[in-house]
Write a protein that binds this ligand. Structure first.
Ligand code: G4P
Length: 190
């Protein structure tokens, strides 16, 4: 998506440690009109794939997932990062290691919202090493749900998670793919 690349080049900031800051339009302040474009792009990519549900993980994935869900006309489920008091009853839980934050957590979803009747599109804001996505795939597996594919706003190809998922047979579509990133500039994969 050319516009995502333009947004990154215009507003993104490269931080030490291979981190791209996009707080001005994606991670803290959300550019609503651009969010709608992202939703439309994701919906177009997965048109006619039988998707009846979108799955993401709190928190930054939710806005993009909801934008896609509105266009596709399907519900959006978000995994929580801990079992909280409002996730009661039976749950599916998957361990996730966050490479960026250096911590571990459980991705948790109620068994009410993910079933073997679902064909799921997994959506998230960033794809780095892919641990969060593996956790969401794990949750789908526990539920017996089919994974139609994944849609990501920004893939950092240099961390390898996306290519690993593709090699495992998953369809992974990223609105921008960053091959390399330094203070001097950003190189996109096309
Ligand atoms: P992985 O899931 O692909 O393995 O990635 P990783 O553990 O490294 O990412 C952990 C968190 O850091 C995720 O958010 C992810 O979206 C975010 N992240 C990773 N790389 C970048 C980056 O270059 N820029 C920004 N802005 N975020 C990045 P999270 O901890 O789940 O937080 P949130 O969704 O609640 O914001």
């Amino acid at each position: 998506m050319q516009r995502m690349e333009e947004m990154i080049l215009t507003y993104g900031k490269v931080l030490p440690g291979g981190i791209l800051k996009v707080g001005s339009f994606l991670n803290q302040q959300i550019d609503s009109l651009f969010l709608r474009e992202m939703g439309e792009e994701i919906a177009a990519l997965y048109r006619d794939c039988g998707v009846n549900k979108i799955l993401t993980i709190e928190s930054s994935g939710i806005a993009i997932a909801a934008a896609a869900g509105i266009v596709m006309g399907v519900p959006v489920v978000f995994a929580k990062k801990h079992k909280t008091s409002n996730v009661d009853g039976k749950i599916y839980a998957a361990p996730v290691h966050s490479f960026t934050h250096g911590n571990d957590y459980q991705a948790v979803v109620s068994t009410d919202y993910l079933t073997d009747q679902d064909t799921v599109l997994i959506v998230d804001d960033f794809l780095a090493s892919g641990n969060a996505l593996h956790g969401l795939v794990n949750l789908c597996g526990q539920a017996g749900a089919k994974v139609a594919g994944m849609a990501i706003a920004v893939e950092k190809c240099f961390q390898g998670g996306g290519d690993e998922l593709r090699a495992a047979g998953y369809r992974v579509e990223s609105l921008a793919m960053i091959e390399a990133m330094t203070d001097d500039g950003i190189v996109f994969r096309h």
